[in-house]
Design a protein around this ligand. Structure first.
Ligand SMILES: Cc1cc2nc3c(=O)[nH]c(=O)nc-3n(C[C@H](O)[C@H](O)[C@H](O)COP(=O)(O)O)c2cc1C
Length: 369
């Protein structure tokens, strides 16, 4: 099958990492438009006779998730492959980061593999086709699944104008989003992470809430759930402050975490590369951040856990730490398109072994109701 030949990991692994990503995404994009290829992907994910496991379903923010495993932002920044990613088994796809105007991102090279750790370092800096194009693509794709839209400011926008920039993004994209993620945690847009500080974050979320409400009123739809995506490099005090600001500004959830600027434990020769590190070296920290946040926001806000998740055991660990949903990206680069299906099968086996009726018993948040 041609699509899978082109997704062959060994040959992709020999290519420049950004080129490999483009090729993989092109294949997924083509498949997204071809019903036969989508069927083949569903078979790859689930086998021929698959009946979705009801015990993996969960409902959050009124949205019906088929399972807790989603695609993290960055994999499909421009929403070219959502239908293929859903067909591979993911319960939701978060597209983006989308910027209001198209922008090229940072100069290349800007993406590196750390094969020793099955990790990645990226300094992409939000290359984006822009909000209008992404909006049109999602509108045309009519995805049969949950689509988060992750938004971020164009590089040249000063921090003082960030609330307006995010509000404009919500106005442009809310109607094609199941939920919206306010990204204030990429290390590759100068000054972006300072938007996590309480007063900046509260102003930003207030502007987003206004825009969200005005789209809802105009389109007679419910306002979209708004999530804040945070960095793993915050201190415990900063984490608690972010949690408190998110609650008081009326956010609906937190995504923890983005990539880390830390290079602790990374082989020497990668340490001077710019940008954010993802994959297994991030796992322990991302898990600790979820645990800390869960404690801080006390189940008031659902948390999506992301960072270094590679298998079902990692999903279970993250949910036990307090995540209601889990996302991954880097593991997909190394393991390939069969990964989500494998994880879902292992989660079902785990529920069998433990005699659990629902995956939500791990965190208690998101029980289907
Ligand atoms: C190449 C690459 C690009 C990314 N781009 C984005 C992005 O545009 N927006 C965002 O919020 N996160 C982005 N991320 C971060 C991921 O969504 C995720 O938070 C992080 O990689 C940790 O998860 P992982 O270890 O499973 O990859 C990117 C990650 C990678 C590896």
């Amino acid at each position: 099958m041609k699509i899978y030949e082109r997704l062959d990991r060994e040959s992709l692994g020999r290519l420049d990492p950004e080129r490999a990503h483009q090729l993989a995404l092109q294949s997924l994009s083509k498949a997204s438009k071809a019903p036969g290829a989508l069927r083949a992907m569903r078979r790859l994910a689930h086998g021929a006779e698959y009946v979705p496991d009801e015990r993996l379903r969960l409902r959050l923010w009124g949205l019906p998730f088929a399972n807790p495993l989603g695609v993290a932002a960055g994999m499909d920044k421009n929403a070219v492959a959502v239908n293929a990613l859903l067909a591979l088994g993911f319960g939701h796809v978060e597209v983006g980061t989308v910027t209001l105007r198209p922008q090229p991102g940072n100069d290349t090279p800007r993406l590196w593999r750390v094969p020793e750790d099955e990790a990645v370092i990226n300094a992409l800096g939000f290359p984006s086709d822009g909000a209008a194009t992404v909006r049109n693509r999602l509108h045309a794709a009519r995805p049969d699944g949950i689509i988060g839209v992750n938004i971020g400011k164009n590089r040249e926008i000063p921090a003082a104008d960030a609330p307006q920039a995010y509000a404009d993004l919500v106005l442009a994209l809310a109607d094609v989003a199941s939920y919206i993620t306010v990204n204030v945690s990429s290390p590759n847009t100068p000054g972006l992470r300072s938007l996590q500080m309480s007063s900046e974050l509260e102003a930003l979320l207030a502007a987003v809430a206004d825009a969200n409400q005005s789209v809802a009123t105009a389109r007679k739809q419910r306002p979209r759930p708004v999530l804040v995506k945070i960095a793993p490099d915050l201190s415990d005090d900063e984490l608690e402050a972010v949690g408190a600001s998110a609650v008081s500004a009326g956010a609906d959830g937190i995504i923890a975490t983005n990539t880390t600027t830390s290079r602790e434990g990374t082989p020497e020769r990668y340490r001077d590369l710019p940008g954010g590190l993802s994959g297994p070296p991030l796992r322990a920290r991302a898990n600790a951040v979820v645990a800390r946040l869960y404690h801080a926001v006390g189940g008031q806000l659902p948390i999506i856990g992301v960072g270094g998740v590679s298998n079902a055991a990692d999903v279970i660990e993250r949910m036990r730490a307090g995540a209601s949903l889990v996302q991954l990206y880097t593991a997909f680069i190394y393991a390939g398109p069969a990964l989500p299906g494998m994880i879902l099968r292992d989660l079902s086996d785990f529920l069998d072994r433990e005699g659990l009726d629902s995956i939500t018993e791990l965190t208690g948040v998101g029980r289907q109701g």
